[in-house]
Design a protein around this ligand. Sequence first.
Ligand code: RIB
Length: 307
Amino acid sequence: MKNVLVMGSFVADLAFRAARLPAWGETLMGSSFALGPGGKGSNQAVACARAGAKTQFFSKLGDDAFGKIARELWATDGIDASLVGTADVPTGAATIMIDQARGENAIIVVPGACFTLTPAEVSASAAAIRSASVFLTQLELPLDTVERGLQIARDAGVPTILNPAPAPERPLPDSLIALSDYFVPNETEAALLTGMPVENVEQAKAAAIELQRRGVRNVILTLGAKGALVQQADGSSTVIAAFNAGPVVETTGAGDAFCGGFAAALAEGSDLLSAVRFGCATAGISVTRPGTAPSMPHRKEIDELIK
Ligand code: RIB
């Protein structure tokens, strides 16, 4: 079976729901709280495994209660965590505030232990990266660590997916983004990375072409409820429509669901447009449920939505 290696973060998500977000200086009574597994890397690994791919996760955890949540999750979902090391700093956490009326969120993430993963440690695990069918990573790790992983995969001819999330504070070097065969930003990330407005499909296409000019091969620009724009290396562009799987409960983790589903489909040998469609279906189901990792659907549900 083809395997996906996901390199990225695990943090514990502390999710607070309220009728609206508080203003600065305001204390607001909320309606619910949940503590659960999160982190973009781990969320994507969970989505990928539940979508049916043999999945390996590469990160670091603290030796603490949040780290235990991670290991239990990965064991339940059959994710190979043999590459996950232990750091001498605590596992990170994210505070997620969810506006119930709009289904939107605001997040602060402190990556903690996973942010101690070094380029040298990535090099030490090069054999695992080289033997993967697909390599998937994001930006909740140090940039030089991300770059080392992508470079090892690229040198070995392993297809690379870079999800540039969270949106970088400073422009990413072209040398880094050019290591991605599939670059998967959302509208906000694409706008920040290119300095161009990304508010409609035409603008998304222009931003995707700019990213290709900087060295990316294929751009999959996720458009939320509008689906995803696929700007292929051959210059063709296609919009894949989003799937409506029911009322939206929470959009947190939708991008992670997309990336995990997309990577699983690519590893199975799907063509690019079919893999993007599969990713859209995965995300479409995840937004109908609360939480991040817990909201990721299983293969049977995705297949039922697609057919
Ligand atoms: O993409 C959603 C994730 O971003 C959350 O799980 C949170 O941990 C942050 O990393």
